[in-house]
Design a protein around this ligand. Structure first.
Ligand code: URA
Length: 268
């Protein structure tokens, strides 16, 4: 339920939103949004839900497709990389009526027990981003919606998908904030030196770049959000990104999402 302490603004049904370029009319009553980062992944993921999906167009980093699962309209829309474009997307998506957000992305694992090809279901995120601080102070949690996350976990377990559940660290940068030294300069400022080992010891599973913004803002809005990430790097062994399991992981993630929707476990 939308946070009743705030005055939620709804856009006129035919108003195309300035950044995402779609209107409430375009999404035909959809309440659920699947959120990849890469614009090319929007049609790719939409086709996994519905081979007859409709393309709604592209504006900036936001590419939108409308799929149907069990007769229900589902919006698949890319958000670009990082917090700022996620936040802008969420604002406009909420204004046109979306209130259930499932991020589908990629991630680097920092625990030895997590492997390339695994899927991480985030329970909460360490807020290493800047955007979420514009919405709530640092002590406010970036926590996934409990019901939505449990519903996805139930499907994942029924499908015997290789899902690991736990805490994610969400950074504003791919290189220094995730303590990567294979950047242009190789420089990681002191604040981040040793941080990967620290997060590992604090039992954080992985690094990515969007979940803390998504989960914080969704909690402030009173909407529901969850995050599923495909592991494409195993940082305990190598800094290489390995996409050899990527298609298989995305199929598994979308099967989890589809089953959860088909079985009516994403509440109204
Ligand atoms: N995305 C990230 O932010 N980090 C990784 O290591 C892989 C994907």
């Amino acid at each position: 339920m939308v946070n009743t302490n705030i005055q939620a603004k709804r856009a006129p049904a035919d108003q195309k939103m300035y950044h995402i370029g779609i209107s409430a009319d375009d999404i035909q009553g959809a309440r659920i949004a699947i959120l990849p980062g890469d614009p090319k992944r929007a049609p790719y993921l939409a086709a996994m839900l519905d081979e007859n999906f409709i393309s709604l167009g592209s504006n900036r980093e936001y590419t939108s497709c409308l799929a149907r699962v069990a007769g229900q309209p589902i919006l698949v829309i890319s958000t670009g990389m990082g917090g700022p474009s996620m936040a802008i997307g969420l604002e406009e998506l909420a204004m046109i009526g979306l209130d259930k957000f499932i991020r589908v992305g990629t991630t680097g694992a920092i625990q030895e027990s997590v492997n390339i090809g695994d899927i991480i279901l985030t329970t909460a995120s360490v807020r290493l981003d800047g955007t979420s601080r514009h919405y709530a102070q640092e002590v406010y949690p970036a926590v996934a919606d409990f019901r939505l996350t449990m519903a996805l976990l139930q499907s994942a377990e029924a499908l015997q998908a290789p899902v690991q559940v736990g805490i994610t660290a969400s950074s504003d940068s791919f290189w220094p904030g995730q303590e990567r030294y294979d950047s242009f300069t190789g420089f990681v400022r002191r604040k981040f030196q040793g941080s990967m080992d620290m997060w590992r010891k604090l039992n954080v599973l992985n690094f990515e770049m969007e979940s803390s913004t998504l989960l914080t803002i969704s909690s402030v809005f009173g909407t529901q959000a969850a995050c599923l990430s495909a592991v494409i790097a195993k940082r305990t062994q190598s800094e290489q990104v390995d996409k050899s399991h990527y298609d298989d992981s995305m199929c598994k993630i979308m099967a989890i999402v589809r089953k959860t929707i088909e079985e009516g476990r994403i509440g109204g």
